[in-house]
Design a protein around this ligand. Structure first.
Ligand code: ATP
Ligand code: MG
Length: 720
C-alpha cells in the first residue's frame, strides 16, 4: 500500500479513524458541523490514493447535485483528474442513469421521459377525467401525494387495493394508482419516485444485473442519511449486500424530510442490519462559535427522542445572538438590510457571507423589494425553478416527443400549443381512440385519416406529424441539438405566437426560451456525445438548490430546507413567529413540532460567526394585517447567549402599545384598525367581529367565496 497521503493530517483523530476504516459497514452519527461531509470526501480520496478502490468502483450519494459536484471538485483537488470517474450524485440522478442502461429489462426503453410533479399531476388529472371523476372534487394533487407515498413505501397498486381501502378516497386512490402506473409504462415515462423504486424492481427480477452493480460499486457512501426514505434505504441495502462496504453519515437531529417519507429508523436499523458495523463518533464542531452551538443545543434538548451525542468546539465564544423584534415584515427586511450593510462596513464581510433563511418561500418577496431598493445584491434559491416555467416545459415537451413519441402526456401538452386548430372535441376523439385501441396517441395521429375527425383538424394533425417527423430525421442525421431546437421553435410557430402577443409576459417567455437555447448549446459544447436524451435527463433532475452559487457576490435567500449541509459566516433566521415557524396553526395537531424544532436546529447550525433571529409583531396575510406572537422556539433558546433589540419603529410610537386602537403605520395605503392588547384568538371574546377582505368596496362583502378572518376562528372562507 502506498504511503499515507499528507491530506490525512487535515483531519482530527476521530475523523482519521473513519477515513482509514477499510472494508465493512461504517456508521457515523454526529452533530452539525462536525465534519461528516468532510470525512466522506476525504475517505473517498483516501481509498483511491491507497489503491483500495478505483474511482469508478465508488458510489457516493448526496442530497443535492450541487453537493455532489462540490465533493467531486474537492476530491479532485486532493487526488487529481481521476476524481472525474467517480459515481456521484443524488439518488435520482445516479439511478436514472442506471435505468437508462437497463430500461429494456423492465419494459421501458432507454429514452424514457422523466415526469416531474407537475407532469404526474397532469397525467392523474387526465386519468380522473377519463374515469368520470371531477378533478375539482378529487384533487389530483392529493392523489399524487398518496400515490407517491405508497410508492416510497414500496406498496404496489394491487397491494394498495387489498390492504388500504378504508374510505372512498382510498378506493379511488387504489383505482387511479393502478391506471397511473399502467399509463406511465404505456407512455414510456417514469416519475421521480419511479427512479427510486424501479431499480428495486429491476434488481429483484434480475439478480445477475444486481450482481453486476454490486461488483461495480464496491464502496458506497451516503451523506445526510437521516433523510433517506424507505425506498432509498432498500435499494442501497441491495447494492451493498455483497461487499457490505457501506458508509453512511447523518445526524438524527437534522432529520427534516419526514413529510417526504424520510425515515429516521434507517439510522437506527443500520446497526441491526449490519451487525459488525463500526460506529465512529465525531465530536468536535469546526463551524460555529460557542454561543451558536449553545443556542442550538438548548433548542434540540426540548425534543423527546434523540441519539446520544457530544458536540463541542474550540472556536471562540463569539458574539451574542441578536433577536430583532420588529413591527412588521417591512421593518424586518429593513433592519436585516441595515445590519448587512453595517456588518459589511465594520467587519469587512462580503455579500456572499450572508444568508437569510426562512420557513416558506413567499417570505422572500419583501426582502427582495427592500434589497433592490437599497442596492444590496442577492440571489434567491428556490421558488419556481427555470425548468418549471410554462414555456420551458412546452419546449421540453416538444423535444421529448422527438425521442419518446409514446409519451401521451407530453404530446397532449403541446399538440395545440400554439393553437393550430385542433380543438378539444377532435382531441378527445383522438384520445378515446387511442385508449380503445391500446395504441399511443402518436400512432393515432400518424394515421389520422382513419380516425374520422373534423377535416380542418385532420389537416393540422397531418402538418404536425410531418413537422415532428422531419425534425426527428434531422436529429438522426446528426444535426446539432440547438439547430434542431431553433427550427422546432420556428416551424411550430411557438416563437411567432410569442412575438405576436407582444406583451411583457410573452417577451419574458421569449427570453427564457432563448436562455434555454443557451443551455442546450452549452451542454453540447461541454459533453462529448451529447444526445437529446441525455440533455433532457440531466435537466429534468435539476433542483432549486443546485442553482445556488457560493462565489456570487450576493446575499443568499433560501428556505431552511434548502440550506441543509451549507454554512455561512452570518445567518439571519427570519419570521420566527407562531404559525409561521413552527408552521401551521396553533391548534393544528398535524404539525410535527419536533420536526419543526429540528428544522430550527438546522437553521441555527448553518451559522459560523454571527446569528440573528427575527420576528414581527404583525404581518400581512390575505391582504389583512394580523397580529403575531413570537415563536415558542425563541423562548427555548438559552437566555445567556441572546439579547433582544426592539425596533425603533416600535419604540418611537409608544401609543401603539398602550392598548389604544391605532391605524397601521405601515408605508402602504392599507389602513387596518386593531388592538395590540387584545389577542386575536380570544376565547372569552366570542362577540368579536369578522374582518373581511374584498377588492370592490361597493359589493356586499359577505359573498360566497370571500376570504374572511374571524377573531376567534381565524381565517376562513364563506361557503354558504
Ligand atoms: P452538517 O451536519 O451541517 O452537514 P457536517 O458534519 O457535514 O455538517 P462539514 O460540513 O463536513 O460538517 O464540516 C463543517 C465545517 O468544518 C466545514 O467548513 C469543514 O471544512 C470544517 N472542518 C471539518 N473538519 C475539520 C478539521 N478537522 N479541520 C478543520 N476544519 C474542519
Ligand atoms: Mg454535511
Amino acid at each position: 500500500m502506498p504511503k499515507e497521503p499528507d491530506f490525512i493530517h487535515d483531519l482530527n483523530e476521530q475523523q482519521r479513524r473513519a477515513v482509514r476504516h477499510g472494508e465493512g459497514p461504517l456508521l457515523i452519527v454526529a452533530g452539525a458541523g462536525s465534519g461528516k461531509t468532510r470525512v466522506l470526501t476525504y475517505r473517498i480520496a483516501y481509498l483511491i490514493h491507497q489503491n483500495m478502490a478505483a474511482p469508478n468502483e465508488i458510489l457516493a450519494l448526496t442530497f443535492t447535485n450541487k453537493a455532489a459536484k462540490e465533493m467531486q471538485e474537492r476530491i479532485g483537488q486532493l487526488i487529481g483528474e481521476e476524481a472525474k470517474r467517480l459515481w456521484m450524485g443524488t439518488f435520482h440522478s445516479v439511478f436514472s442513469k442506471i435505468l437508462r442502461y437497463e430500461a429494456e429489462k423492465i419494459g421501458f426503453n432507454s429514452d424514457y421521459s422523466i415526469y416531474d410533479t407537475e407532469d404526474s399531476k397532469n397525467a392523474i388529472k387526465q386519468i380522473l377525467r377519463e374515469n368520470n371523476y371531477d378533478p375539482k372534487e378529487i384533487k389530483p394533487r392529493i392523489l399524487q401525494r398518496r400515490i407517491s407515498d405508497a410508492k416510497n413505501e414500496l406498496i404496489n397498486p394491487d397491494h394498495y387495493g387489498e390492504k388500504f381501502v378504508h374510505s372512498t378516497l382510498d378506493d379511488i386512490t387504489a383505482r387511479i394508482y393502478k391506471i397511473y402506473v399502467e399509463r406511465l409504462k404505456h407512455n414510456n415515462a417514469m416519475d421521480f419516485d419511479d427512479l427510486l423504486i424501479k431499480p428495486i424492481e429491476l434488481f429483484n427480477e434480475h439478480p445477475d444485473t444486481l450482481e453486476k452493480y454490486q461488483d461495480r460499486f464496491k464502496y458506497i457512501m451516503i451523506d445526510e442519511y437521516q433523510d433517506t426514505n424507505h425506498a432509498q434505504y432498500k435499494v442501497t441495502n441491495m447494492l451493498a449486500s455483497k461487499y457490505e462496504n457501506l458508509c453512511v453519515v447523518g445526524d438524527d437531529a437534522q432529520s427534516i424530510y419526514s413529510f417526504r417519507g424520510a425515515d429516521i429508523s434507517n439510522i437506527l436499523d443500520f446497526k441491526s442490519d449490519y451487525e459488525d458495523a463500526v460506529e465512529i463518533p465525531l465530536e468536535q464542531n469546526y463551524r460555529s462559535t460557542k454561543a451558536i452551538l449553545k443556542a442550538a443545543d438548548s433548542i434540540i434538548k426540548n425534543n423527546s427522542k434523540q441519539l446520544d451525542k457530544t458536540l463541542w468546539t474550540d472556536n471562540d465564544m463569539g458574539d451574542t445572538i441578536t433577536v430583532l423584534d420588529n413591527y412588521d415584515e417591512r421593518d424586518e427586511a429593513n433592519r436585516v438590510a441595515n445590519y448587512i450593510q453595517d456588518l459589511k462596513m465594520r467587519k469587512g464581510y462580503d455579500y456572499n457571507d450572508f444568508a437569510i433563511l426562512y420557513r416558506t418561500n413567499y417570505q422572500s418577496r419583501v426582502f427582495e423589494e427592500t434589497f433592490r431598493r437599497k442596492g444590496i445584491t442577492y440571489q434567491l434559491v428556490g421558488g419556481l425553478s427555470f425548468y418549471q416555467r410554462k414555456e420551458i416545459k412546452d419546449v421540453l415537451a416538444y423535444l421529448t416527443l422527438l425521442i419518446n413519441p409514446e409519451d401521451d402526456t407530453n404530446l397532449m401538452r403541446i399538440i395545440n400549443e400554439p393553437s393550430r386548430g385542433i380543438g378539444q372535441k377532435s382531441l378527445s376523439d383522438l384520445m378515446n381512440r387511442a385508449r380503445q385501441t391500446g395504441q399511443s396517441l402518436w400512432r393515432i395521429l400518424e394515421n389520422v385519416e382513419e380516425a374520422d375527425v373534423y377535416k380542418p383538424a385532420e389537416n393540422s394533425v397531418k402538418d404536425f406529424v410531418r413537422m415532428i417527423n422531419s425534425l426527428k430525421q434531422q436529429l438522426a442525421n446528426g444535426r446539432s441539438l440547438v439547430e434542431v431546437t431553433k427550427q422546432l421553435l420556428d416551424e411550430s410557430g411557438y416563437m411567432k405566437s410569442l412575438v405576436e402577443e407582444n406583451s411583457p409576459k410573452s417577451m419574458t417567455r421569449r427570453e427564457n426560451i432563448l436562455e434555454l437555447q443557451n443551455a442546450i448549446s452549452y451542454f453540447e459544447k461541454n459533453n462529448d456525445n451529447a444526445t437529446l436524451s441525455s440533455f433532457l435527463q440531466e435537466i429534468s433532475l435539476i433542483t432549486d438548490t443546485d442553482k445556488y452559487d457560493e462565489e456570487k457576490p450576493a446575499v443568499t435567500m433560501m428556505t431552511v430546507h434548502a440550506a441543509k449541509g451549507l454554512e455561512f459566516p452570518v445567518v439571519f433566521i427570519v419570521g420566527l413567529e407562531e404559525e409561521l415557524f413552527p408552521v401551521g396553526s396553533r391548534n393544528n395537531e398535524d404539525v410535527n413540532i419536533e420536526e419543526e424544532r429540528r428544522l430550527f436546529y438546522v437553521a441555527i447550525t448553518r451559522a459560523e460567526q454571527e446569528l440573528f433571529f427575527s420576528h414581527c409583531r404583525s404581518r400581512y396575510k390575505y391582504g389583512e394585517e394580523q397580529r403575531k406572537t413570537r415563536s415558542r422556539f425563541l423562548d427555548e433558546v438559552s437566555s445567556d447567549v441572546v439579547r433582544t433589540e426592539t425596533g425603533s419603529s416600535i419604540n418611537q410610537d409608544k401609543n401603539r402599545f398602550s392598548g389604544k386602537k391605532n391605524s397601521s403605520p405601515n408605508n402602504g395605503d392599507t389602513k387596518v384598525e386593531y388592538d395590540w392588547k387584545k389577542p386575536l384568538y380570544d376565547k372569552n371574546n366570542r362577540s368579536s367581529h369578522t374582518q373581511i377582505h374584498y377588492d370592490n368596496p361597493d359589493e356586499d362583502p359577505f359573498q360566497v367565496g370571500a376570504k374572511v378572518i374571524h377573531n376567534v376562528f381565524g381565517q376562513g372562507k364563506i361557503i354558504s
